[in-house]
Design a protein around this ligand. Structure first.
Ligand SMILES: Nc1ncnc2c1ncn2[C@@H]1O[C@H](COP(=O)(O)OP(=O)(O)OP(=O)(O)O)[C@@H](O)[C@H]1O
Ligand SMILES: [Mg+2]
Length: 279
């Protein structure tokens, strides 16, 4: 398991008149294959901007973003060296995106929207979701009776769940999610997090932005962003003795004294970490 993403001194500046603002300010970050990284921070701190730069949707002012993805036969790929078309192709093959605002195609039904990445990906993987798996997930996500509807006929939560299924359908090695549970109730949030956890256990790398402590506690580490830079990091795996398996349902730890295995332990640790940073 190597590093799949290497971000160095990532900076994004906007110039308005004579004023210059740095919305992303020298962010450096390594993400290993199979990691589940959470990004938190106040509204306007730069979380979405960081995700958009990493996805190559937006261009940075300074810094570098390099990928070494297994599907690219571990050939390092430097976003700065790609033109727009190459970036689009790279993203299509390797990155699943869940945006903060849903970007479903209005003229396609729920089913067609979900299937779109599979249809666009010419080098579709053998193990990409098949029709029955997609229908099964639609059922799990409460979308089965809506598959023939268009996005305008759906609630915000239904649109969000459709967008999530669309971004995971072709099993991209990296998933970038911007508040994927923002318009979901707690039961639906659980469903989405269960799916993401399943995918992560299957080897997918996930970077997820959230304001929700319960969601964040299901990641492996949390980066806290303040004024465009990484202000702190909490690693949930740090105190786990002997690489013991973490599970939300696991009981109190018996192997070590300072381990925090349970989701409640992680939440408590996270709340403390956030409060220290003026959350
Ligand atoms: N095109 C732009 N021009 C100027 N400033 C921008 C532009 N896009 C974003 N910003 C500013 O960048 C800052 C970071 O925005 P960003 O959307 O990354 O925040 P965020 O952390 O995702 O917030 P939220 O939690 O509300 O989604 C904000 O102050 C925003 O106003
Ligand atoms: Mg945002």
């Amino acid at each position: 398991m190597g590093t799949v993403l290497e971000v160095r001194d990532l900076t994004k500046k906007y110039v308005e008149g004579t004023a210059e603002s740095k919305v992303v300010d020298h962010v450096s970050l390594d993400v290993d294959e199979g990691e589940f990284v959470i990004i938190m921070g106040a509204s306007g701190s730069g979380k979405t901007s960081i995700l958009h730069l990493i996805a190559g949707i937006d261009t940075c002012s300074e810094g570098s973003i390099k990928y070494t993805l297994p599907d690219e036969v571990r050939r390092p790929a430097d976003l700065a060296r790609m033109n727009e078309k190459e970036k689009t192709m790279f993203r299509r093959a390797n990155i699943g995106l869940v945006f903060q605002q849903q970007c479903l195609i209005p003229d396609l039904t729920v089913y067609e929207n979900i299937m779109l990445p599979l249809m666009l990906d010419r080098n579709r993987k053998e193990n990409a979701f098949k029709k029955d798996k997609i229908m099964n997930l639609c059922g799990r996500f409460g979308l089965k009776e809506h598959v023939r509807k268009y996005p305008s006929q759906l609630s915000g939560g239904q649109q969000q769940r459709t967008a999530i299924l669309r971004s995971v359908a072709n099993l991209p090695p990296l998933l970038l999610c911007d508040e994927p549970t923002g318009s979901l109730n707690s039961a639906q949030t659980e469903l989405v997090m269960d799916l993401l956890e399943e995918l992560n256990k299957g080897g997918q790398t996930i970077i997820l932005v959230t304001h929700d402590i319960r969601v964040a506690a299901r990641g492996k580490r949390v980066l806290y962003i303040e004024d465009g830079h990484v202000e702190g990091e909490l690693d949930f795996t740090e105190h786990i003795p002997n690489g013991a398996e973490m599970h939300p349902d696991s009981g109190p730890d018996t192997a070590g004294t300072d381990a925090f295995h349970t989701i409640e332990d992680r939440e408590e640790k996270l709340i403390h970490f956030l409060q220290e940073r003026g959350w």
